[in-house]
Design a protein around this ligand. Structure first.
Ligand SMILES: [Fe+2]
Length: 370
């Protein structure tokens, strides 16, 4: 894939939390450009411990290496795979060609859900699913990583609000108690006939949540040992914003500078800002050599299910209203997207508040209507 070097800004979290107006503005300016032009920012001083991350990836490797039959009980279609193991060949990118991603994953919520949200959206706020004989540090490493990424994300969301001239807690408030999930991903090795074809590890898509934090991953060589990137072809690429001169945008490598993590704008943040911030289309390409795999992690911050997704008043221009209408409940948006990407069944859509049809049909079938 062609690589175009671009100057994606880096934001320093200690600028955003400094309380010094000049430093806060420096951070906000970086976010304004990064989220507005690329939909992505590099983050330094993020608080993620690289050694703990390596240890967690080792624990995740030990789980992934188990036979499929041992992992199968943790693949929970009944909760739309929102906790536990996502088997290979399950998730599909909406804009892709129907080819499932070459990956298997594990979802965990780093914070417990509240009872009301879980009652309203049981498949979106289920209890965590842990392997009964989890490898050492699997559970602790997962929760530690998820919570550290979440804290960094909250700082970025506060900075993003300042960058747009909104009250600082605007986005952080919208995602309070939301269905945030942390995911560990294992991209599967390709064989000799699959490499250098159209097959990618993760087909091009935009994330459907508010903000995604990516702490950085690692490649595994054919023997399963962590190793440097095998070639220049593999990794995260993103598509830049369309312009009149460049209507398709172009692909840019999204690898963070050493010591930085990546934060990406999701669809919910794009909708709330009427397109001022951009959900980045991105793709994970596989190397041109067989038998390599890759591990990575992502933390997905979500707007709480009971909020409406629609441009905030400040961004509600006629164009934005047209582009993002109709307003939709975040929880409903989540369900629709989980159906679209193959994690929830189609039947989830026909149950959105329509149970009274079923009741009437049942009554008629029993001859009880008058
Ligand atoms: Fe993604």
């Amino acid at each position: 894939m062609a690589e175009t070097p671009m100057n994606i800004p880096t934001v320093d979290l200690t600028d955003l939390s400094s309380g010094d107006p000049a430093r806060v503005e420096r951070g906000a300016a970086a976010l304004r450009e990064a989220f507005g032009v690329f939909g992505l920012v590099y983050v330094k001083n993020h608080g993620i411990d690289p050694q703990a991350l390596e240890r967690f990836y080792d624990a995740f490797s030990a789980f992934v290496a188990r036979p499929e039959a041992a992992k199968r009980p943790y693949g929970r279609a009944d909760i739309w795979y929102q906790r536990g193991w996502t088997p290979p060949n399950t998730e599909v990118a909406v804009a892709g060609k129907g080819q499932p991603d070459f990956k298997e994953c594990y979802f965990v919520a780093p914070y417990p859900a509240d009872e009301t949200s879980a009652l309203e959206f049981p498949q979106i706020y289920p209890e965590n699913v842990w392997p009964s004989d989890a490898p050492p540090y699997f559970q602790e490493g997962f929760l530690t990583l998820g919570r550290s990424l979440h804290e960094a994300g909250l700082q970025l969301l506060r900075g993003a609000a300042v960058a747009l001239g909104l009250p600082e807690p605007t986005f952080a408030n919208l995602c309070q108690r939301g269905p945030h999930v942390t995911r560990a991903l294992h991209y599967l090795p390709l064989n000799a006939s699959q490499v250098n074809t159209d097959i990618v590890w993760g087909e091009e898509h935009t994330d459907f949540n508010l903000l995604t934090l990516l702490p950085g991953g690692r490649f595994l060589d054919p023997s399963g040992r962590p190793a440097p990137r095998p070639d220049d072809k593999s990794g995260l690429y993103l598509r830049t914003r369309a312009t009149p001169e460049d209507p398709k945008g172009h692909m840019v490598r999204g690898t963070a500078p050493a010591g930085c993590i990546v934060a990406q704008v999701g669809q919910q943040l794009e909708i709330l800002t009427g397109g001022t911030f951009l959900a980045t289309p991105h793709v994970i390409t596989a190397p041109g050599v067989p038998a390599w795999s890759r591990q990575s992690a992502a933390h997905f911050m979500h707007v709480h299910t009971s909020h409406i997704l629609f441009p905030l008043e400040k961004f509600r221009t006629p164009d934005a209203v047209r582009d993002y209408a109709p307003p939709v409940l975040a929880g409903t948006y989540d369900i629709k997207t989980l159906v679209d990407i193959g994690l929830a069944p189609q039947s989830a859509l026909s149950q959105l508040g329509y149970r009274h049809y079923d009741r009437l049909n049942r009554m008629r079938a029993e001859g009880s209507e008058k």
